[in-house]
Design a protein around this ligand. Structure first.
Ligand SMILES: NC(=O)c1ccc[n+]([C@@H]2O[C@H](COP(=O)([O-])OP(=O)(O)OC[C@H]3O[C@@H](n4cnc5c(N)ncnc54)[C@H](OP(=O)(O)O)[C@@H]3O)[C@@H](O)[C@H]2O)c1
Length: 308
């Protein structure tokens, strides 16, 4: 009797691991992209924040190539206009933009998006964000630096989403609408000197689930969906390093991000090598992971100091 029970439990554990592995292969290697489902209605638009460089710029290029019109955001008008011009040489879609420093408070979000009020926005990529790579703990940071870090990563995407939501719900009556928050694996690893940045991304992860529940389970489902993207290293201006399998270029990562949009998961890692790393790290005790991450941060700070 006991041996049959042990056998049954063993078989169930193995079957669930095999299922997880097959699901992993399906998700990263075989599943067709679902992003086309957001190309509905008259002239569909995607909004991409922080799109003058890095991941946001790569995502904007990828979405434009897929047929979306664009509303891109940045803080430096010359740089944003350069991206608009680059995009317009690719094909004849519409590209608009707005300028706002996400780290500064006091924006009137209703006014910011007013010029786009009549457009058919079906996809929003809340990408703007980042960290100040300083060798500091919170008591070495100024109040202003900490408040700006939270505004940049949390308040800006939160308040922009709030301002967009009523119109997104109307659009969702005719087809699905997606809001994505670009997060970070820092939210789970919480590296030293990046504790507040990590916490801001943790906020976005919880916000994603809550907003998705608001739209699906509070009243009639609105059709507006939310996704949190857990991102590890990507070689960009914000994270300058060599391109490797585990640190793709912004273009490689942007392609993966767009291909996975609307994949049906609420929280996922768009880049396969990042997912493998996270799985492997998950097998280790927390103390070992914390020690390893602290060592990595020390090395990164040393390298930055040498380059400075
Ligand atoms: N790269 C990574 O390894 C990595 C890892 C995990 C998560 N992420 C997340 O991915 C997102 C994009 O990162 P990235 O590496 O592509 O960054 P990036 O190369 O530094 O580019 C960020 C974009 O945001 C804009 N931006 C920066 N600060 C801004 C502000 N205060 N107001 C308005 N716009 C601002 C930049 O404008 P300018 O062109 O004017 O600088 C640029 O267009 C962020 O949310 C980041 O937290 C990145």
């Amino acid at each position: 009797m006991l041996s049959s029970l042990v056998f049954l439990v063993g078989a169930l554990v193995i079957a669930s691991q095999v299922f997880r592995f097959l699901e992993f292969l399906w998700f990263y290697l075989l599943k067709p992209s679902s992003v086309q489902k957001y190309l509905h209605g008259p002239a569909p638009y995607a909004i991409v924040t922080g799109a003058s460089d890095g991941i946001g710029k790569a995502v904007a290029h990828e979405l434009f190539a897929k047929g979306f019109n664009l509303i891109i955001h940045g803080r430096n008008e010359d740089k944003v206009r350069k991206v608009v011009d680059e995009l317009k040489t690719r094909r004849s879609g519409d590209v608009r933009y707005f300028i706002a420093d996400a780290a500064k408070g006091g924006h009137d979000f209703t006014q910011l998006i007013k010029p786009f009020a009549d457009l058919n926005v079906t996809l929003v990529v809340q990408n703007v964000g980042g960290a100040y790579m300083a060798k500091e703990r919170i008591d070495d940071s100024s109040d202003t630096a900490l408040v700006e870090l939270v505004a940049w990563n949390d308040f800006f995407p939160l308040l922009l989403t709030r301002a967009l939501l009523p119109k997104l719900r109307t659009t969702a009556q005719h087809g699905p609408v997606l809001v994505q928050f670009v997060g970070s694996h820092a939210a789970t690893a919480a590296p030293p000197t990046l504790s507040v940045y990590a916490a801001t991304k943790g906020f976005l992860a919880v916000l994603t689930r809550g907003l998705d529940n608001d739209e699906r389970r509070w009243g009639t489902p609105s059709g507006v969906e939310f996704e949190y993207l857990a991102v590890a290293s990507v070689a960009t201006a914000g994270n300058p390093q060599n391109v490797t399998m585990s640190a793709p270029s912004a273009e490689q990562f942007g392609r993966a991000l767009v291909n996975k949009a609307g994949c049906g998961k609420r929280y996922y890692t768009p880049w396969m090598a990042h997912a493998i790393m996270v799985w492997a790290v998950g097998l280790l005790p927390e103390g070992v992971v914390d020690g390893f991450v602290a060592q990595m941060m020390r090395k990164q700070h040393e390298e930055r100091q040498k380059k400075a």
